[in-house]
Design a protein. Structure first.
Length: 253
């Protein structure tokens, strides 16, 4: 049970001994990014259905519970639904459908469905990558794919600093509770403003201390040299199938 909690705290899910978890991070980055790119640019329903089937197969091979995928998808998909909610009413074409005081078109509904389908494919790809690959492995994969070192370093520091800021927020909340503070209502602007200002100042001061500590330990701004191990046959096959099958479907469509 403690092992499962440790995996979830690191963002992983499923069976760490599965063939998907053991793949090289570069293969998962290339395959899932390629699949998402094809789904976003092609957008036809056969392509989206093929992408969904491939991602479902990856989730089953990684033994990731559906409840975990649904819980993580609920963080992103509602935002996509809200952002695309106006599409049926602003795009015209086809039959008109009355929705209360508004009028939706079938062409707009088709565009809305395609946008939601693309968002779902991209969300599921990101969930599977995060559930099967640790952040250090993903960053190392980006380096080995020759992504600019500065971008990789920014991503690494940002990921680490999120937890530092979260811990700072936790200490501030504990201090407020110890002083008997009770929020009067949800939009308590004065208190929220003071907390945001204090958090910004503390985060900036912590960032300065982290920079000094890294410089004292010899950090020069260049990450360690990544290993040059080639992709195995399984890694190449995974990336080729995930990116190649949707591309073939798009060409055929």
């Amino acid at each position: 049970m403690s092992g499962l909690r440790a995996l979830e705290s690191a963002g992983l899910a499923g069976d760490p001994r599965s063939p998907v978890h053991r793949l090289d991070a570069r293969a998962k980055l290339l395959g899932l990014a390629g699949l998402t790119l094809v789904a976003a640019t092609a957008g036809s329903w056969p392509v989206l259905a093929g992408c969904a089937l491939l991602l479902t197969a990856v989730a089953l091979a990684a033994r990731i519970p559906g409840a975990v995928i649904a819980r993580r998808a609920l963080v992103i998909l509602p935002v996509a639904l809200v952002a695309a909610a106006s599409l049926p009413f602003v795009h015209h074409g086809g039959a008109e459908i009355a929705v209360g005081p508004l009028t939706a078109s079938t062409a707009g509904l088709a565009i809305f469905g395609a946008a939601v389908g693309k968002a779902a494919v991209g969300t599921l790809s990101a969930i599977l990558l995060a559930a099967t690959t640790t952040v250090p492995a993903a960053l190392d994969g980006l380096r080995r794919l020759h992504v600019p070192a500065l971008l990789v370093a920014i991503a690494a520091v940002t990921w680490r600093y999120v937890f530092v800021v979260a811990a700072e927020v936790g200490r501030m909340r504990t201090a407020l509770a110890a002083r008997g503070h009770r929020t009067r209502h949800l939009l308590d602007g004065a208190t929220t403003g003071r907390l945001a200002t204090a958090l910004f100042l503390r985060a900036h001061a912590r960032g300065e201390r982290v920079h000094v500590a890294m410089a004292a330990r010899g950090w020069s701004g260049v990450p360690p040299r990544a290993s040059r191990a080639p992709l195995a046959r399984a890694d190449r096959a995974f990336a080729a199938v995930l990116a190649g099958v949707p591309a073939a479907l798009a060409v055929a469509a």
